[in-house]
Design a protein around this ligand. Structure first.
Ligand SMILES: Cc1ncc(COP(=O)(O)O)c(C=O)c1O
Length: 393
């Protein structure tokens, strides 16, 4: 008998330790800083329930339960385009494809842009599920070095020259896992480099609206040099709720037909009723006010975590001070492997994600990611003090 085989590319894809650790968030008295979860207490349950009710009432109800266009609900695309335009990225509804979360956009882009063996340049460290998606597409990942101001333009230029990537993947605002933001100066330079070398840039921006300090930085997609090179991804997950599974891709004209075909092959379209409810919600709700509430809560949680780290971490530790988003990135002193400390941390009743999984190349094992969004400032202080005990043990 011959056993049927699996796609051999799966062998190169690590499962997400974050997803495995998510199971722990339900365990009593483990304070988990592991999952990248928005705070459920801040979801606008009443507003969303009312929006779904409207989407499923009257004559529109039957239309909203029917198949619909692959590109997405025209009203939703128009509302999202207005929002992007108001935030400084001029967008026409026709520029947008609605996706089932921005994670689906990542998968569709790999299908549309990559052939097996193509090189994808990724800021190091990077979002794990993007690395998974590129690896499954058969791409070769090449890391681009970064510092506190994001990816280094010199490193981008070097990789463009030596490896000729098809795609550069960046999370320019409050990155996952580091919390870092790419400066305007670097955005301008990277946009010029992408145009000069003919490289697609995937600008993944689920966190951009969650800014607590400092001024917004214009998107890479808004840089005139690279207007035709940048695919800009957004999502309702962090400003609305991730269970909606709604995101969007703002696409240069040249890639739109290919991405639409990829989406037809993947799922025909994103849920009609979810899109209609999101459109109802956006039309009726002051989303800016809702986001302001989320920002106020997360900002206090970030401050609590940064203050607590000061006292708790071993001398010589460093960590990022994000202006927004959900994460801080810690580097431990003395060549410690953070994964080795995870069992002790769990025994103390705290969880984090070891940094090793976020690297395309050789991992920096002394790093770890902490999410500060889901706990009160008091629980954060308690969790960080447990973490300090575990790391010193
Ligand atoms: C950088 C980044 N991109 C994409 C996603 C996926 O988000 P969505 O819920 O929109 O699929 C996440 C989720 O954590 C993320 O951190």
């Amino acid at each position: 008998m011959t056993a049927p085989s699996l796609n051999p590319r799966l062998a190169g894809v690590r499962s997400s330790p974050v997803r495995d650790l998510l199971a722990l968030t339900g365990v009593e008295d483990v304070i988990s800083f592991a999952g990248g979860l928005p705070a459920p207490d801040l979801f606008d349950v009443d507003g969303l329930r009312a929006a779904y009710d409207r989407a499923l009432s009257g004559p529109a109800a039957r239309r909203n339960l029917q198949y619909a266009a692959t590109e997405g609900d025209p009203r939703l695309r128009s509302l999202v385009a207005d929002r992007l335009t108001r935030r400084g990225l001029p967008t026409d509804p026709d520029d947008l494809l609605v996706t089932t979360g921005s994670q689906q956009a990542l998968t569709l882009l790999t299908t549309a842009l990559l052939s097996p063996g193509d090189v994808v340049a990724v800021e190091e460290p990077s979002y794990l599920a993007a690395l998974q998606s590129f690896t499954l597409a058969g791409a070769e990942l090449v890391g681009v070095a970064s510092d506190d101001d994001g990816a280094l333009p010199e490193a981008v230029e070097e990789v463009f020259h030596t490896r000729r990537p098809a795609v550069l993947y960046l999370v320019p605002n409050f990155a996952n896992p580091t919390g870092r933001t790419l400066t305007l100066e670097r955005r301008v330079r990277i946009a010029e480099l992408a145009a000069e070398h003919g490289v697609w840039v995937v600008e993944d921006d689920p966190y951009g609206e969650l800014r607590y300090t400092g001024d917004p930085v214009p998107a890479l997609a808004a840089q005139p040099a690279a207007a035709q090179n940048v695919l800009h991804l957004g999502s309702f997950s962090k400003i609305g709720a991730p269970g909606l599974r709604l995101g969007w891709a703002r696409l240069p004209r040249a890639v739109r037909p290919a991405v639409v075909v990829a989406k037809q092959a993947a799922d025909l379209q994103t849920s009609t009723v979810d899109q209609a409810a999101a459109a109802e919600y956006l039309a009726a709700t002051d989303l800016d006010a809702h986001v302001a509430g989320v920002v106020a809560a997360y900002s206090a949680r970030r401050d609590a975590m940064l203050a607590a780290l000061e006292d708790a971490l071993p001398v010589g530790s460093t960590w990022s001070r994000p202006d927004g988003g959900m994460f801080t990135w810690v580097d431990l002193p003395g060549g410690v492997d953070s994964a080795q400390s995870l069992p002790a941390a769990l025994r103390e009743g705290v969880a984090f994600v070891p940094g090793e999984s976020f690297f395309a190349g050789e991992p920096d094992r002394s790093t770890l990611r902490l999410s500060f969004t889901t706990h009160s400032p008091e629980r954060i202080a308690e969790g960080v003090s447990r973490l300090g005990r575990a790391l010193r043990a």
